[in-house]
Design a protein around this ligand. Structure first.
Ligand SMILES: *[C@@H]1O[C@H](CO)[C@@H](O)[C@H](O)[C@H]1NC(C)=O
Ligand SMILES: *[C@@H]1O[C@H](CO)[C@@H](O)[C@H](O)[C@H]1NC(C)=O
Ligand SMILES: *[C@@H]1O[C@H](CO)[C@@H](O)[C@H](O)[C@H]1NC(C)=O
Ligand SMILES: *[C@@H]1O[C@H](CO)[C@@H](O)[C@H](O)[C@H]1NC(C)=O
Ligand SMILES: *[C@@H]1O[C@H](CO)[C@@H](O)[C@H](O)[C@H]1NC(C)=O
Ligand SMILES: *[C@@H]1O[C@H](CO)[C@@H](O)[C@H](O)[C@H]1NC(C)=O
Ligand SMILES: *[C@@H]1O[C@H](CO)[C@@H](O)[C@H](O)[C@H]1NC(C)=O
Ligand SMILES: *[C@@H]1O[C@H](CO)[C@@H](O)[C@H](O)[C@H]1NC(C)=O
Length: 263
């Protein structure tokens, strides 16, 4: 009687254990792409974690999505992580994978005490769009308004009360209106995306947010929770590849379905 009770319950335990046993055997590192994408120097730069759609330039291209390559230079203690957007290099200040926002600032504004070489920012809109909290910092450099001075604050580090030309700035939510209806002329005007802070310097050097499209990585949390790393195959960009320790799977390492072919 005792035995007949014991027997089925142990069978039941064995059945419960079976998937665990199978899973631990499946976590053997047999996937070279998992090993490649898991190099410690590819996963972190300073305080920031790097994961899909971002990857380090040195890592294989299947570890990230094209256009989201980062460079890490640990000799630069202030701005080790950088990204190139168009013609310019930006320091990466923070990345929130949950909110899909990366905070960047043009390196030039970080490195130069009192920058004068302002430029308009142009984004590749298939890669990034402005975060909801971004504003426009419009700068007007070396302006000569013979009749009426605009009611705008002056750029602090360029202020010179003896000069007749002055440099101004303003902050707008949304598109910059540039000079509105002011008459006069400036050496240079430009609109710089910013996250508005208490003063000009903090605003310029604090950077701005860029969001990326969730169609790139909507499955990644599930993949990472299952122990995998998201990946990409340029010939099959629509696949939700989860690079697991044993093989590449669709979306998550918990799914038994393998990718049609390896990345
Ligand atoms: C980076 O990843 C490590 C290991 O997964 C984790 O412990 C840490 O909290 C992460 N840091 C950030 C800033 O997300
Ligand atoms: C924008 O990025 C996409 C994806 O990397 C790329 O295919 C496209 O050529 C880029 N467009 C421009 C104008 O650089
Ligand atoms: C960076 O982003 C993380 C995650 O959103 C946030 O918790 C943290 O406060 C941010 N750090 C800075 C310095 O903004
Ligand atoms: C920025 O764009 C505005 C409006 O298109 C233009 O008037 C201005 O000259 C541009 N600034 C620079 C530095 O290219
Ligand atoms: C700033 O203004 C320019 C020109 O009007 C516009 O193209 C750009 O999208 C604006 N940026 C932000 C962050 O609103
Ligand atoms: C003052 O501004 C005007 C208009 O931009 C320019 O032609 C002139 O050279 C400037 N003067 C100085 C001293 O920079
Ligand atoms: C995100 O990407 C998808 C597919 O590429 C596209 O259809 C959609 O318009 C994009 N959304 C935004 C907000 O750019
Ligand atoms: C991407 O997938 C295709 C088809 O599944 C495969 O033949 C190819 O080898 C893969 N590309 C890379 C770079 O692994």
């Amino acid at each position: 009687m005792l035995q007949s009770l014991w027997y089925p319950s142990s069978l039941c335990c064995l059945l419960l254990l079976l998937p665990l046993l199978l899973r631990s055997s499946a976590s053997v590192l047999t996937n070279p792409q998992y090993i490649e994408c898991s190099e410690p120097e590819y996963l972190q730069c300073g305080k920031l974690n790097i994961s899909y759609p971002f990857r380090m330039f040195e890592s294989p291209n299947y570890c990230g999505y094209p256009g989201y390559e980062l460079a890490c230079d640990l000799d630069d203690e202030v701005t080790p992580l950088t990204i190139r957007l168009g013609e310019k290099s930006y320091a990466v200040l923070n990345i929130s994978y949950q909110e899909r926002v990366v905070v960047v600032v043009e390196l030039y504004y970080m490195k130069i005490e009192c920058p004068r070489g302002f430029t308009n920012t142009s984004l590749n809109s298939t890669l990034f769009s402005y975060a909801g909290y971004d504003s426009n910092l419009t700068v007007y450099l070396n302006c000569n308004f013979p009749n009426m001075q605009p009611q705008l604050p002056e750029i602090p580090c360029l202020r010179n009360r003896y000069a007749s030309n002055k440099s101004y700035y303003k902050v707008d939510k949304g598109p910059s209106t540039f000079l509105d209806n002011f008459h006069g002329s400036c050496e240079l005007t430009a609109a710089v995306p910013v996250y508005y802070k208490e003063n000009f310097d903090a605003t310029l050097k604090g950077g701005f947010g860029l969001t990326w499209n969730n169609s790139l990585d909507w499955w990644c949390q599930e993949c990472m929770d299952s122990g995998g790393r998201c990946g990409h195959n340029e010939t099959r960009p629509e696949d939700q590849i989860c690079i697991c320790s044993d093989t590449n799977r669709l979306r998550s390492c918990f799914y038994s379905k393998k990718c049609k072919e390896d990345v």
